[in-house]
Design a protein around this ligand. Structure first.
Ligand code: ATP
Ligand code: MG
Length: 481
């Protein structure tokens, strides 16, 4: 079969083919780029595999590096060549296109490591070592066979049928490199594909092998799952295959329903996944998606049955926020402002709902604005996503109430500019006013001003704050100057 998609005729690929012809070697574009070409997905990284003859002494030259050098030379200025001698690979970059060159290779594995023993091989052997049929296709770039598809495992049919399966025995594929179990679930989620029964069963059988994979690599796959259109699909597969408790026990602990005196609480795992999908549908960013996944993570620990009230989860937001740094550390997610943002979202996610249940006071709205700052819109998005009741009237009532809270926020923000609150009177000025050295009293006066503004006692401006401080100082018996 010949691929005619115009993308295969882009100048850089034709040029690679011409240079390969000059060197007298075969050359193919392979793997993810071919898959994405057929699926009409964007993809910038191009992997090229080359197959060349051994020289007179029986050694196979590093054809990948030689071809990369020739290509970089032809591209001239604006292109950049990196050579990785130990791996026998090279990369050429031009603009935002990256082409990776490597000799065809075959791999064999030892039990205790996902790093294989690598030897030179044929194109077929190179295709055999690839993870899924849809990732094992190659397109020839040599002039006389340009566009010819080499698809020994029927990857094309699997793309049409939306199926993920391994080229060889799945038990061997997954046991050799258990990261492939994560990749299988990630591709299923990203592409909206199904795992075949054999593939699914083999993951379930080999799940314990995931323990030899580094947390960083698992995190990469989890982030790709999170950024998919319906991230819940990935988490459900992780659960059903039995991988979930091995890689993220706190999330697995959300599963299940307990009943007391005939009263059951809802299954927090499925609720969480619905909230996550809602955030994804509303185009929430990666870290808001993590916040959605973790928003109720403290519930199992705070769960209590109180005969008069039923199931309660007091302070689960607070407990959950405390769990986030430990979870981020264990999953090797970043320990920085992104984590702090997730902590804040988990911590604050009950505040808007408490606002609508009470009568909304300006003071409570101002305090929430103050604490959420610029993340207030994300918080409200999360809270709206958190409404997953099946009772449509209830859902509508909640959404309407949030709408009211949002209006109130806009109104108060215009008036009092609380989101990026800067105290209208600085510590220096307070010290001058009362001839004070830096001391606790300065801090107390400052925070009294902040509270007065948040409570609406005074407006957020300098003169009002000075009058307020003088009055307060007088009450405390301080002398002003
Ligand atoms: P994406 O770039 O979206 O992550 P991809 O399929 O291009 O997807 P890469 O990691 O870029 O993934 O790898 C390129 C190709 O290398 C894959 O398509 C596949 O053929 C092969 N490959 C990558 N990782 C593995 C693996 N762990 N086992 C077997 N083959 C792999
Ligand atoms: Mg890729």
């Amino acid at each position: 079969m010949i691929i005619t998609n115009p993308k295969i005729h882009q100048p850089i690929l034709e040029l690679v083919g011409e240079e390969a012809d000059k060197l007298g070697i075969e050359c193919y574009v392979v793997g993810g780029w071919v898959r994405d070409l057929i699926l009409h997905r964007d993809s910038k990284d191009i992997d090229v595999v080359v197959v060349g003859k051994a020289s007179a002494d029986g050694e196979v030259p590093r054809w990948g590096i030689l071809l990369a050098e020739a290509v970089a030379k032809r591209l001239g200025r604006g292109s950049h060549l990196s050579v990785f001698k130990t791996f026998g690979t090279a990369q050429v970059k031009k603009g935002d296109t990256e082409v990776e060159f490597v000799g065809a290779r075959k791999e064999s594995y030892r039990h205790d490591s996902r790093n294989p023993i690598v030897e030179d091989g044929t194109l077929e052997e190179d295709q055999n070592r690839r993870d899924f049929t849809i990732n094992a296709m190659a397109i020839c770039l040599n002039k006389d066979r340009y566009g010819e598809l080499l698809d020994p495992f029927g990857g094309m049919y699997d793309l049409e049928d939306c199926i993920i399966q391994t080229p060889l025995d799945p038990d061997i594929t997954f046991s050799d490199d258990p990261l492939r179990m994560m990749r299988a679930i990630r591709f299923a989620t990203q592409l909206g594909f199904n795992l075949t029964g054999e593939c699914f069963d083999a993951i379930a059988r080999n799940k314990e092998r995931i323990n030899i994979i580094t947390r960083e690599r698992i995190a990469d796959e989890l982030n790709k799952i999170m950024l998919s259109r319906r991230p819940s699909e990935g988490w459900l597969l992780l659960d059903k295959t039995g991988l979930l408790p091995l890689i993220f026990p706190e999330l697995a602990a959300l599963k299940g329903v307990e009943t007391m005196n005939g009263r059951a609480h809802k299954d927090i795992f499925y609720h969480t996944l619905k909230v996550l999908d809602n955030v994804a549908e509303a185009q929430g960013g990666l870290w808001l998606r993590w916040a959605a996944l973790l928003h109720d993570i403290g519930k199992p620990r705070s769960k209590k049955y109180e005969p008069k009230v039923g199931w309660t989860f007091y302070n689960h937001n607070y407990l959950g926020a405390k769990m986030v740094p430990k979870i981020f550390k264990a999953l090797k997610l970043p320990q920085n402002e992104k984590m702090n943002y997730v902590v804040k979202m988990v911590d604050l996610h009950m505040r808007p709902i408490n606002l609508i249940e009470e009568t909304v006071t300006d003071s409570a709205v101002r305090r929430l604005l103050f604490e959420a700052g610029d993340d207030i819109n994300d918080l409200m998005l999360l809270c709206n996503a958190d409404i997953t009741s099946r009772n449509e009237d209830k859902v509508k009532r909640y959404h309407d109430n949030y709408e009211l809270v949002m209006h109130k926020m806009v109104e108060l923000e215009e008036r009092d500019r609380i989101r990026n609150f800067q105290p209208p009177v600085m510590g220096d000025e307070i010290m001058q006013m009362f001839h004070l050295e830096p001391c606790a009293l300065v801090g107390e006066l400052k925070s009294a001003v902040k509270d007065a503004i948040l409570d609406g006692i005074i407006p957020n401006d300098h003169d009002a704050a000075v009058i307020f401080i003088r009055q307060l100082a007088k009450d405390k018996g301080l002398e002003t100057y």
